[in-house]
Write a protein that binds this ligand. Structure first.
Ligand SMILES: CCCCCCCCCCCCCC(=O)SCCNC(=O)CCNC(=O)[C@H](O)C(C)(C)COP(=O)(O)OP(=O)(O)OC[C@H]1O[C@@H](n2cnc3c(N)ncnc32)[C@H](O)[C@@H]1OP(=O)(O)O
Length: 197
């Protein structure tokens, strides 16, 4: 992580991340954490519809994901907007917390844009948690074009902070919070994560 701000470097006493015993199996699709999420929600017409899978190595807290750049994601003519690419990285990194069974939000995200990403490209993302220190989860991601082993187009390092369900209840707009809390699957999933160590 050379060149990163100090807050993205785990402290010396940080722990190795441990995949939760009930985490999705290697290769399993994670699905959307919230139907209207801009990153992964199936019910979000303007979203990225990013699809993430649990990584193949059972000892790593890692995932892979794919996102197809559409015309509505342009910044410059024919090229993906940088903010959209940062969102894809953020969403991929956020999905890692599913394997820890921890609810967490992005505290810090540092992104390198290495190559332009044309419309129509499939961005192949992989991400891994590198360390955990209390509520702080350190992770890193890369996005490649031209195939899963193609050249790196974007990369990011991030710090996620663990929160409780109350973080969303206290800060979210009441309409959406009520709808989410009326969905028994959403509530069960969120509360199950909350009580896990
Ligand atoms: C019912 C619905 C359920 C839905 C589930 C959906 C889940 C997922 C959705 C995912 C969607 C996709 C993902 C998204 O898009 S998530 C959306 C984007 N992110 C946010 O909205 C987060 C906004 N920020 C906050 O709410 C607070 O600042 C948080 C909660 C993050 C921390 O405030 P809190 O008061 O709780 O904690 P603290 O201030 O005592 O800090 C604790 C520790 O962390 C360190 N620190 C903090 N910030 C930074 C920073 N920027 N750089 C470096 N370090 C930082 C801090 O120094 C301290 O360290 P230490 O002193 O302990 O060593």
């Amino acid at each position: 992580m050379s060149g990163r701000t100090p807050s993205l470097t785990p402290p010396d006493d940080a722990a190795r991340p441990v995949r939760h015993p009930e985490a999705p199996a290697p290769g399993e699709l994670l699905g959307a954490h919230y139907e209207h999420c801009f990153g992964c929600g199936h019910g979000q017409p303007h979203g990225l519809h990013l699809e993430a899978r649990a990584g193949d190595d059972p000892d790593a807290v890692a995932i892979t994901a794919e996102f197809t750049v559409k015309p509505e994601h342009q910044g410059a003519p024919g090229l993906a907007h940088g903010g959209v690419l940062a969102t894809a990285l953020d969403e991929t990194l956020g999905s890692l917390n599913w394997l820890l069974r921890v609810i967490a939000v992005t505290g810090r995200l540092e992104t390198d844009f290495v190559r332009p990403v044309p419309v129509g490209t499939v961005l192949h993302l992989d991400a891994e948690v590198t360390a955990v220190a209390g509520r702080k989860i350190y992770s890193t991601a890369t996005g490649r074009i031209g195939g899963p082993d193609g050249p790196v187009a974007v990369r990011a390092d991030a710090l996620f902070i663990e929160v409780k369900v109350d973080h969303f209840i206290e800060n979210g707009r009441p309409e959406e919070i009520k709808a989410a809390m009326d969905d028994p699957d959403q509530v069960r999933r969120a509360r199950a994560f909350e009580v896990n160590p």
